[in-house]
Design a protein around this ligand. Structure first.
Ligand SMILES: Nc1nc2c(ncn2[C@@H]2O[C@H](COP(=O)(O)OP(=O)(O)O)[C@@H](O)[C@H]2O)c(=O)[nH]1
Ligand SMILES: [Mg+2]
Length: 299
């Protein structure tokens, strides 16, 4: 029985998922590897590489929104429910994909998908079990510009963690668009985001708030409002979140600059490790390799 290998690229809207997919495909091509590109974002339009499977051929978000009077988020959830009811659309073409391919699944950015609706776990189960049996790694992207707002950074990290726990897949977390923060953040500071720790919130410089955490101190009702305005409630919530992330040591990030060949290659090697891609590959004669140069996928 052959195996299949893939990665599912997730993260909030605009995090750089599609750009990362294109960079991955480009990199695979350069290294004479085959890939199979699946777009599951029914709102996506511009692709550097034409997807081998495109959810838009199954359902149009625009039509859903118009006919069912739904907004973009509700519409997206509807599209995914529809996909789950018509899984053949996805599974049939994937049945033909062989073990030398890397299946790349480009996801939409609606955060609902990664938090409280059970759609994604159901989809992932279909892909990773049964006859498809894809060895899969989740790649969760967060854009590095979140670093300038530490509460935003921790909330993004929390959503990465939630996706991680929900999907039960090997997981790489990626800070994308590193070119945007290059030179703006000291290397030492950057390290603390790559492997987040709570001390980040104690000296958040950009907020203008002095973060002080008092435990067991009752300020009384009169002070409550001003305490909130001073940002203390918010700050202690943030600290609790940061502590959770810190204590579980679950999340650390790989740095991505999609324009940089080496950066993309490094991330790919992490993904390959997670799914044990290389272990599966048959050694090939040099001539075989040339015959197998179908780098554009199978579509
Ligand atoms: N500077 C910079 N911009 C990027 C990078 N990756 C993506 N972008 C830009 O971010 C925007 C959103 O990217 P896209 O890949 O469509 O994000 P998606 O919504 O997560 O699929 C686009 O304008 C991209 O050109 C990057 O590595 N560096
Ligand atoms: Mg996209």
């Amino acid at each position: 029985m052959g195996s299949r290998y893939g990665t599912i690229v997730m993260g909030p809207a605009g995090a750089g998922k599609t750009t990362f997919c294109s960079a991955l495909i480009e990199h695979l091509k350069m290294n004479r590897r085959s890939c199979f590109y699946v777009n599951l974002d029914p709102a996506a339009e511009d692709f550097a590489y034409t997807p081998d499977i495109d959810i838009k051929d199954l359902i149009s978000l625009e039509d859903v929104m118009e006919e069912l009077h739904l907004g973009p988020n509700g519409g997206l959830i509807y599209c995914f429910e529809f996909l789950l009811e018509n899984l053949d659309f996805l599974t049939e073409p994937l049945e033909d994909v062989t073990e030398e391919y890397l299946i790349i699944i480009d996801m939409p950015g609606q955060i609902e998908l990664y938090s409280h609706v059970p759609i994604l776990p159901a989809l992932v189960k279909t892909l990773t079990r049964g006859s498809l049996n894809i060895s899969m790694c989740a790649a969760y992207l967060l854009e590095s510009s979140f670093i300038v707002d530490r509460s935003k950074f921790f909330s993004g990290t929390l959503s990465a963690m939630s996706a991680m726990l929900m999907l039960e897949l090997p997981h790489v977390n990626i800070l994308s668009k590193m070119d945007l923060v290059k030179g703006q953040v000291a290397r030492r500071d950057l390290k603390r985001f790559i492997d987040p720790d709570t001390s980040l919130l104690q000296d958040a410089p950009e907020s203008g708030l002095k973060y002080e955490y008092k435990t067991g101190v009752d300020n009384g009702d009169a002070d409550e409002k001003s305490t909130m305005l001073a940002g203390e409630t918010f700050a202690s919530l943030n600290r609790a979140v940061a502590q959770l992330i810190d204590e579980f040591s679950l999340v650390s990030f790989l740095k991505l600059d999609a324009q940089n060949e080496d950066s993309v290659g490094t991330i790919l090697s992490y993904i390959d490790d997670c799914i044990q891609f290389h272990e599966s590959q048959e050694p090939k004669e040099p001539n075989d390799q040339l015959d197998d140069m179908d780098v554009d996928g199978m579509g």
